[in-house]
Design a protein. Structure first.
Length: 362
């Protein structure tokens, strides 16, 4: 089997077995703690530019199928696993993990100590990494890696370029695509919403001209401060139409209301993050994938308030506007991959749109 090296920018490196594509790649090395859901994770546009380390020791055991894609063209740069299953045991299986990675031109590495790698990331924070042939000169590889700057226009790369529709007979929802997951649209489809998906740089005026019952701000990759167009758009919408934001949409909503965001040391990525709703004390386990968070101190004196917190580290996980019909969550209520504890948030969005519509017609 061909050998491959994963070199980190701090000089640590790992040598293992090559899987997937044979090309060289550079990305931000992160880790995901989910025990299942590797297909949804790899195809989640929020992982744009990243090399995903799976902490669960066996990945690929149930293969890859046509139904669990979050996007058709994965944006992830690479995949790191302890063991890649060579045979898949599931009635829906169509491809092995290795076949899938080759088909999508995604390089990977297997057979390394992912526990050690995860400890390095937890201690040092997320690091740039490069996947290359094992025979490559290590000093040259490290110099090249350190000289590369990771892209900042990540949302533009994963957002749709033109608006498109997903018709329904229910509430008219404009879904702003910052890197939207297919499962978000599936949840709206279940509620018979008439969906129009628009690019990340669509203006508030253009959205309002569509006469939506509500607007959803999707998940997406990178630093929310790299998307100033979205901040201006949200300011132009709130108070005029109900808003529901997820993940990056949550962070952009915070920025639009004068709050601040910061980069987490190693992010939240997995399907087992406990989140507490402050109003009720209810605790849900949630799917998460983000490297940035809202600064709680920056919310003092603002027109938005915290509704949910992360029990692992106390970070902000939910916000609501004090006056307008608008709320957001940092986690993924569509729950793919992950527990479905918080699917009810989509029902709350429908209820909010119905209430707002009734008040306007009264």
């Amino acid at each position: 089997m061909e050998k491959r090296i994963l070199m980190l920018e701090d000089g640590n490196y790992f040598i293992g077995t090559a899987i997937g594509s044979d090309r060289e790649t550079i990305g931000e090395v992160v880790f995901n703690t989910g025990m299942t859901g590797y297909q949804e994770t790899i195809t989640d546009p929020s992982y744009y530019g990243q090399i995903i380390t799976f902490t669960y020791p066996l990945v690929g055991n149930y293969g890859v199928n046509r139904d669990d894609f979050e996007s058709i063209h994965p944006a992830v740069k690479g995949v790191v696993v302890r063991e890649a299953a060579e045979f898949a045991s599931n009635w829906r299986n169509q491809l092995t993990l290795d076949q899938f990675l080759k088909e999508k031109d995604i390089p990977g590495i297997a057979g390394i100590d992912t526990r050690k790698l995860t400890k390095i990331i937890r201690k040092e924070g997320t690091l740039k990494g490069i996947l290359a042939p094992e025979k490559a000169d290590k000093e040259e590889l490290l110099h090249h890696l350190r000289s590369v700057r990771l892209p900042v226009d990540q949302v533009r790369e994963v957002s749709c370029s033109k608006a498109f529709t997903n018709p329904g007979e229910g509430k008219r929802v404009v879904l702003v695509d910052y890197g939207v997951k297919s499962s978000i649209m599936r949840e709206l489809n279940k509620r018979d919403c008439d969906i129009t998906v628009v690019p990340y740089n669509t203006t508030a005026e253009e959205i309002l001209a569509m006469h939506p019952d509500g607007v959803m701000l999707s998940n997406g990759p990178g630093d929310p401060k790299d998307v100033p167009e979205a901040v201006e758009m949200i300011r132009g919408l709130q108070g005029k139409v109900p808003l529901f934001g997820i993940c990056l949409g949550h962070q952009l909503f915070a920025l639009a209301n004068g709050a601040d965001t910061f980069k987490l040391k190693f992010g939240h990525r997995g399907a087992n993050h406990p989140v507490k709703e402050l109003a009720t004390g209810r605790v849900d386990f949630t799917a998460q994938n983000h490297g940035y968070a809202v600064d709680a101190d920056s919310l003092v004196g603002k027109e938005i308030e915290v509704t949910h917190i992360e029990l692992n580290d106390g970070t902000v996980e939910g916000l609501a506007h004090k006056e307008f019909p608008a709320y957001t969550v940092q986690y993924h209520p569509e729950a793919n991959p992950g527990p479905s504890d918080v699917n009810y948030l989509f029902d709350q969005f429908i209820t909010m749109m119905e209430k707002e519509g009734a008040e306007q017609n009264a």
